[in-house]
Design a protein around this ligand. Sequence first.
Ligand code: FPP
Ligand code: MG
Length: 413
Amino acid sequence: MRTSLLTLLGSSHPSLNAIAQYYFLHPSKQLRPLLVLLFARATNGLGAEFPQVNWAADNARAHQKELDAPLTRKDILCDWNPSMPDHTASFESAFELRIPPPQPSLYTPPPPLLHQTHPQALTHTLLPTQLRLAQIVEMIHVASLLHDDVLDKSPLRRGAPSAPAAFGNKLAVLGGDFLLGRASAALSRLGSHEVVELIASVIANLVEGEILQMKGNGTEAAPSPSSSASSAIDLKDLHSSPSPSPSPSDKWSIYLKKTYLKTASLMAKGARAAVVLGGCREGEVWKEVAYAYGRNLGIAFQLIDDTLDFSSSTAQLGKPGFADLRLGLATGPALYAAEEFPELEAMIERRFGRDGDVEMALTLISSSRGVERTRELARIHAEKAREVLTLLPRSEARDALEGLTEGVVKRRW
Ligand code: FPP
Ligand code: MG
């Protein structure tokens, strides 16, 4: 997955190549592509239209090559990539209009019903489109990390200098945009409007989640120390009469919504898209299983991530400890701790912005059951993810997905 992913990222400029490939050179957990690939394997053959998509994959003259082939006329695309030459028209002279030749009829005969003749061909298959989807999902994730490390001013990622630390903020942002561009082109070549819609909505969700984390619902009393110092317009200024501070239950619902948007959406919609590419029709349960699993697993994953911010081993793994508190963010452990120590409410409200707030909050959270209760909430979500899997037939891929529901809760990094 990673090797052929790198061939999607070549460009016309060495600096762009370096930044676009930077985070792929230090492999991470790669959980998102893993979900896509496992759901493909666990559900291929179940959807009513699997025989057609499988037939199309077999018949599309080396389908992998076709996924790399531009859909737009080669002299138009202007998308330089040494791995996929596109014969862009030269800029040395004015561009000549070319009258296209008449196209052959678009009608293609319906595929034979393979499932009646080769039932064994329908299981354990991975379609080239599904492998490409796994790469697209990872590209979007990495694009979001490039932007996130600028917003969070992170000096390190996975124990190495972060992209903004290594290349500067401007290149990090542009590198993320470039990855989104390449991911979008690859997405269009998968040939499914439903999948384009799902994955495009994830990109919007990631941005919404980041804004929600930065600004809450526009109601917080103090600006985030990481965000508004130099902004010309603060979103909360756009509300003529500021709403009252959110109640503790509002804070939980904002936090969980943000968690879905920033983390679970890509897992849920990525897994659903894999099943759609496998020929699942509207009304069939398979894509609903994928979405419900990804959403619950993603929320469990992020809740555990939020507890790890309070773990003493986090700093040793190349991540600064208590990063969320320092960024002014109240995650699960802080929200639970505030039920035991109401004095935390005011600190959460002002985003731990006063001198001594971070240290005091840390002491209170450490003496509360906040971390333990957040882990418990993660376990409930992971258990729900495991439960929905029982709707799928048994397979090695289903077992692996089941194993992940334990893995995300037990992980220490
Ligand atoms: C990591 O969060 C960041 C995300 C999961 C998403 C960030 C999204 C954006 C910056 C919006 C822009 C999106 C795109 C697609 C360009 P974290 O800071 O909690 O985790 P970390 O500790 O790994 O940094
Ligand atoms: Mg971050």
